[in-house]
Design a binder for this molecule. Structure first.
Ligand code: PMV
Length: 341
């Protein structure tokens, strides 16, 4: 078909992992040590516009990136590396120069990882170009390949392609799960898990002092890596039955345990890091105290940083939100809220 200039625009969500992806297989490109599962966050997303124009032969490829209207040259190495990695699967990219214009619904300096939503939005844009060049391309293939490409940009980004619960990484009891791209969670879930709210407490706005890519590497020589793997796999098995039965307290305890296990991994790696801030600890204890005294279903999970995600059923939102805004507001710089779609 005809190759010409054009523009594509795509939106993609951030996601919060319930079982965390931590560690990559040695000597493989972006293959996870364990399978992970996340919720996509409806209100936390990136919109990316990809402008492509025919490139003169023999001239070097040019890529420009604008973030919230400002040109960002510091993102270029990551983007060039990404285009290099995917060039084998998307050979048509060599015909073009690119301008990438991207915007987030959430503040850039919030410590909320934007790599998942931005790499997946970019991967979707690239697939949109592929679709223009190949009109017979099917929707299911479109999404699978978008997830495959997003994975090569940032591992967790491959889960952002689908709404709802999404699985990445081969797990023996999840049909169709695999290491190369994500799949929507394939089993029926209890209705309570279709209406979950996430209140994200931004405790530290500073960019992460240790990148997740570095953290994954540290798993390769980690003294507890084997145990971590067993733990994550066991958690996945337990989660599968919890999602079916609808036991929210069990769900909550599992995600808290899992996220503290992730933090334990980075605290015991060499070199070691501590992602939590004093306010993170204040919040966790407050949540435990409130839960004990109110019997409300509010549980936390943490990512690779100081921020806290509070997950709870929408039915209990009124009371819980009132408590959050009266008791936890002092410990955070910002609050971001989203439906777990
Ligand atoms: O996608 P990466 O390489 O930034 O790794 C993300 C790792 C965690 O956010 C800590 C866990 C996860 O599964 O999202």
């Amino acid at each position: 078909s005809i190759v010409s200039n054009g523009v594509v625009t795509k939106k993609s969500y951030s996601n919060i992992a319930l079982i965390k992806y931590w560690g990559k297989r040695k000597n493989k490109i972006q293959i996870p040590m364990n399978s992970s599962i996340s919720y996509s966050l409806e209100e936390v997303y990136t919109v990316t516009k990809l402008i492509y124009s025919l490139r003169e032969r023999k001239k070097k490829r040019s890529i420009k990136i604008f973030f919230s209207g400002k040109e960002k040259t510091n993102f270029l190495p990551k983007i060039f590396e990404f285009f290099h990695r995917i060039s084998f699967y998307c050979s048509y990219l060599r015909y073009f120069n690119f301008v990438i214009k991207t915007d987030n619904t959430f503040p850039h300096s919030s410590g909320i990882a934007s790599s998942a939503s931005s790499m997946s939005a970019l991967a979707l844009c690239i697939m949109e170009i592929e679709k223009k060049l190949d009109s017979s391309l099917k929707e299911a293939f479109f999404l699978k390949k978008a997830s495959f490409l997003a994975r090569l940009g940032s591992g967790s980004a491959c889960r952002s392609i689908y709404p709802g619960l999404v699985v990445w990484g081969k797990h023996k009891s999840i049909k169709g799960s695999n290491n190369l791209y994500s799949i929507p969670y394939p089993y029926k879930i209890h209705p309570i898990f279709k209406k979950i709210w996430d209140t994200i407490l931004v405790i530290d706005e500073e960019p992460k002092k240790i990148l997740s890519s570095k953290g994954h590497q540290l798993m390769n020589h980690h003294p507890y890596a084997k145990e971590r793997l067993k733990f994550a796999n066991r958690n996945m098995d337990q989660l599968i039955s919890i999602l079916k039965i609808g036991d929210f307290p069990k769900f909550g305890e599992l995600i808290e345990h899992e996220s503290l296990n992730l933090h334990a991994m980075i605290m015991t790696s060499n070199p070691y890091f501590l992602w939590m801030r004093p306010n993170t600890l204040h919040v966790l204890h407050k949540v435990w105290d409130f839960r004990k005294q109110s019997k409300k279903n509010i549980y936390f999970t943490l990512d690779a940083g100081a921020n806290v995600h509070l997950l709870y059923p929408i039915q209990e939102k009124k009371v819980i939100i009132r408590w959050i805004y009266s008791e936890l507001i002092y410990y955070c710089k910002k609050i971001i809220e989203s439906f777990c779609q």
